[in-house]
Structures are given as C-alpha cells and as structure tokens.
Ligand binder design. Structure first.
Ligand SMILES: NC(=O)c1ccc[n+]([C@@H]2O[C@H](COP(=O)([O-])OP(=O)(O)OC[C@H]3O[C@@H](n4cnc5c(N)ncnc54)[C@H](O)[C@@H]3O)[C@@H](O)[C@H]2O)c1
Length: 263
C-alpha cells in the first residue's frame, strides 16, 4: 500500500485527488495539508474514517511518514512543498502549474540529491498526453497546422500551456516552422497567436472544461486530433499512475510521456 499525503487537499483538484487515493486499492491517504483549513482532521470521502489535516507539511510528513506527496496548490507553495518532500526523502507528484525552469531544475537537483523521484506534469489527463504524442507523429507529414484550444471562462492564461507545449513539440518533430498561408490582412488580427508557424486560437466560455483540437492540412486533405475533458476526474488515472510509478525514478520526470512509454 502506497501511503500518500495531499498538499492543497482542500482545493478543487486536491479534493478530487483525495477521493481517488481513497478509492484505489493500492493507495492510502495518510494526511492532508492546506493553508485554508478550519479543522485538524479531514473526513475520508468513502466514510472509512479521517486523516490529520494541517497547514504544516513538515510536521505531517514527520508524523505520517508518507511514501508520496501529491501537490496541487500554487506555484510558490508547490516549490516549498517540493523542497520539504525531498529533504524528508518523500517522492513527489505535482500538477501545479506556473513553475519556472529554474524551479524545475531545483526540484530535479534536490530529488536526485535525496534519491527520490519527482513527477511534475502540467497535464495529467492521459488523453491529452496521447493527443500531444499523436500530434508530434503527424507533424512530420503535414506542412500546415493550427490549434484550437477551448477552456472554461475562469482560466487565467491564454493560450493554454498545453497548446504552447503541443505547438513547440510539433515544430520540433517537423524539423522547421510550419508554413503560414499568405495573408491579405497584414495585421493578422483574426488569425490567433503564431507559434512556429502554427496559429493558436483560444476560446473561453462557461460550460467548457478543457478541450484541444490540432488540425493539419496538406493538398486535398486534413487531419484533426481532438481531446475533450468533461470533469476533473479525467486527471485521476494520470495522478494514480504517477503515484504508483514515481518510486522508479530519481530526480525530475517532466510530463507523463515517459511513464506511458511515449517518448
Ligand atoms: N496538471 C494538471 O493536469 C492540472 C489540472 C488542473 C489544475 N492544475 C493546477 O493545479 C493547481 C491547483 O488547481 P485548483 O483548481 O485545485 O486550485 P484551487 O485554488 O481550487 O486549490 C488550490 C489549493 O491550494 C491551497 N494552497 C495554496 N497555498 C498553499 C500553501 N502555501 N500550502 C498549502 N496549501 C496551499 C489552497 O488553499 C487551495 O485549497 C493549479 O496550479 C492548477 O493550474 C493542474
């Protein structure tokens, strides 16, 4: 049984992770951490009891001795949590977005120095990881490509990190920037953000969660690869996979592709 502490446990993703960890036969929630707490215990969603809840990660790790820390919080909090986890020789699985390359380098260094793994992924939806992989494969065969990403209206950033990562990895696989159609309108106002010759279009509407379509074109044919999520449950198979595999690594594993043998 893999013992898990969740950091950011009272947030939207944290609650979903707590639920998933409690319902998986191979994992056990032993503690929860959040700054936004009113109680010292978190009742388990399956009704089987409660676990300690605290704002002090260091204390919870010392008392509960988890194997893995799962973090879905804020970038600054995530980096501190990663430092604490590494110091205590606890593996890390983090989905918090907004970590810089310098943060990731530090997480890698600390994890290696302490002999633990750290899976940090900005998208835990397995379908999205497969979509990015397929887009990379298709990128070799098409000269034109565009990406439409659609998200809920409260999303802070545009274009999404997933769309940017997809575009950059497609251009790398293509070996050169994609071709752009010759435009009559030189302001390009309606043609999205241009990344490596790929136009990225961002749609923001209530009712959406996270969706992305990659469209390729070449004379006489198009290819579309689309991924849709309809609830935060979509991230849980990826989180559980990382929780179960992170002990196989030392240092940082960036993204889920390696865990899915997609590299
Ligand atoms: N990787 C993925 O697949 C994926 C998917 C969805 C969201 N996210 C990311 O996960 C993160 C959390 O998203 P959310 O929607 O759950 O946000 P949220 O605001 O609902 O939850 C964040 C939680 O972290 C807690 N927190 C903040 N600072 C803390 C600290 N110093 N110590 C302990 N807890 C702290 C907050 O109190 C809150 O409960 C964001 O960075 C988001 O972009 C990643």
């Amino acid at each position: 049984m893999i013992k898990v502490v969740v950091h950011g446990a009272l947030g939207k993703m944290g609650r979903e992770v707590v639920n998933a960890i409690c319902h998986d036969p191979e994992t056990k929630l032993v503690g929860a951490v959040d700054i936004n707490l009113k109680d010292t215990f978190l009742p388990l969603p399956d009704g089987s009891g409660k676990v300690p809840l605290s704002s002090d990660l260091d204390n919870i790790i010392t008392a509960q001795k988890p194997d893995v820390l799962v973090d879905f919080s804020l970038a600054k909090a995530a980096l501190n949590a990663a430092r604490t986890a590494a110091k205590k020789k606890v593996h890390l699985v983090s989905g918090t977005t907004g970590l810089t390359q310098a943060d990731l380098d530090e997480i890698d260094r600390l994890a290696k120095a302490n002999g633990v793994g750290a899976v940090v992924a900005s998208n835990f939806a397995l379908g999205a990881v497969v979509m990015m992989h397929l887009a990379k494969v298709a990128a070799k065969y098409f000269d034109y490509a565009e990406i439409i990403e659609l998200h809920h209206h409260l999303k802070a950033d545009a274009p999404s990190g997933t769309a940017l990562t997809t575009a950059r990895s497609m251009a790398k696989a293509h070996g050169k920037p994609f071709l752009t159609p010759s435009e009559k309108d030189t302001t390009m106002k309606s043609r999205g953000e241009q990344v490596e010759g790929i136009a990225l279009h961002s749609v923001r509407l209530p009712g959406l969660l996270a969706h992305q379509e990659v469209l390729f074109g070449i004379a006489g044919q198009t290819l579309s690869i689309r991924h849709d999520t309809i609830s935060r449950e979509c991230y849980m198979p990826g989180v559980l996979l990382a929780v179960k595999q992170v002990h196989n690594y030392k240092g940082l594993v960036s993204g889920l592709a390696a865990l899915l043998n997609l590299e």
